[in-house]
Write a protein that binds this ligand. Structure first.
Ligand SMILES: Nc1nc2c(ncn2[C@@H]2O[C@H](COP(=O)(O)OP(=O)(O)OP(=O)(O)O)[C@@H](O)[C@H]2O)c(=O)[nH]1
Length: 387
């Protein structure tokens, strides 16, 4: 079964052009995730296939020498896109040297179709394998392991590697029985059919990867306090409900600490609001150093922070609260060469470990910790009070 090669080439050209245009519009000028390199690669691929399609009607130099160099530069552009996506250096000199070498080889092999097929098959296959190599190295990161986009991209690139190596092998060990790039046979049909599919699949994969990254960034923004980087109030409330449900299921205690900076207004009035902001970031750093990975720290509002301590009872939480109070006092904040001493008051509450306990609602726990905090303030500040 064979298909008309010029038709297949046209399909690749149109698909590459449309996808490239869509990517350029989608990307705008804002993002830096390599989409513009991928779009550039698709444009180069469209141009390369157009030149190959014109073989016989335009000079050999344009159709084959430039056509193959552009084909290789399309894959080089995909490689640059993936490197840019992962924040790796872009090796322009190596890329240009490869393209020059391909042009020279194609010129030297003017009358040897089979040799050209073998060499280009090997080069393009290896280039696609190089892109896979970058992805493999990065797959160790947590973000990539779960990425469905990366999986699609790997499938598309894998198809290119396989097809190009099979094409090179077919030309090397069997006769292709054709004399030009535009003639049809099984190998030609498979090559261009799979190239068409691989272009689509890998482009979808790369766009998904960019989208997944943007989604993650949005999720982070939606759950983070922009000033301190701690969880924001919305994320805190969500975590409180989740942890309460877990504590209830597993019959474990859950502690909640309300940490409030004492006389923070004076810090602002005396050192200025920027210094006040710096103190807020500083205290998050001090608190974080003493927490477990499962603890949740967030900014409840203004100069008030909330800490959720899973699997911790009132006694354990009170001990930690006292350590935190002392740590804050012992680590005054440095701001433009000045030391800004400050203290905190902490209210501690915990849900008991019996499922029927009425303190197992978020409102009850919050209210208890809040009341304890106000007692700590009333009793003179810089202290811990238990609910
Ligand atoms: N710099 C800065 N200040 C903030 C921010 N959010 C709230 N504040 C300030 O925090 C101060 C809170 O003041 P108060 O509620 O009177 O509390 P306090 O001065 O800490 O007194 P006590 O809590 O009673 O010890 C106000 O001056 C707010 O302007 C912020 O994001 N940055």
């Amino acid at each position: 079964m064979t298909a008309d090669v010029p038709t297949l080439l046209l399909m690749i050209i149109v698909t590459s052009l449309v996808t490239s245009g869509a990517l350029l519009v989608l990307n705008g000028n804002q993002r830096n995730d390599g989409l513009q390199y991928w779009a550039g690669g698709l444009l180069l691929s469209a141009l390369a296939h157009a030149l190959l399609l014109l073989y016989g009607r335009i000079p050999y130099l344009l159709a084959i020498v430039l056509g193959n160099a552009l084909l290789s530069s399309a894959l080089a552009s995909f490689w640059l896109a993936v490197r840019r996506f992962h924040g790796l250096a872009l090796h322009w000199a190596r890329t240009l040297a490869l393209l020059a070498a391909i042009a020279l080889l194609m010129w030297l092999l003017q009358h040897q179709f089979a040799s050209r097929v073998v060499i280009m098959g090997l080069i393009l296959g290896l280039q696609a394998a190089l892109v896979l190599w970058v992805l493999r190295q990065r797959a160790l990161g947590a973000e990539q392991q779960r990425s469905r986009g990366a999986l699609l991209l790997v499938c598309g690139l894998g198809l290119i590697v396989l097809t190009m190596l099979l094409r090179a092998g077919a030309a090397l060990f069997f006769s292709l029985n054709i004399a030009s790039i535009l003639q049809s046979n099984l190998v030609q049909t498979l090559t261009f059919m799979v190239s068409f599919l691989a272009t689509l699949v890998s482009s979808f994969g790369f766009v998904f990867m960019a989208k997944e990254r943007a989604d993650q960034a949005n999720l982070r923004l939606a759950s983070q306090d922009p000033l301190t980087g701690a969880a924001n109030r919305r994320a805190l409330m969500q975590a409180l409900e989740t942890e309460l449900a877990r504590a209830s299921r597993q019959h474990t205690p859950l502690a909640l600490l309300m940490v409030d900076i004492d006389h923070f207004k004076r810090v602002n009035d005396h050192y200025g609001h920027l210094a006040g902001d710096h103190v807020l970031r500083h205290i998050v750093g001090v608190l974080r150093q003493r927490l477990r990975a499962s603890d949740v720290l967030g900014r409840y509002g203004g100069e008030e922070f909330m800490l959720l301590l899973p699997d911790t009872d009132l006694h354990g939480a009170a001990q930690l609260a006292e350590q935190l109070r002392q740590a804050v006092q012992a680590a005054p904040c440095e701001w433009q060469g000045q030391r800004i001493p400050f203290t905190v008051s902490i209210g501690v509450a915990a849900s008991a470990d019996t499922p029927a306990d009425p303190s197992r609602t978020s409102e009850a726990l919050l209210q208890a910790a809040d009341q304890a905090l106000y007692r700590a303030k009333d009793d003179g500040r810089n202290r811990v009070a238990l609910a």
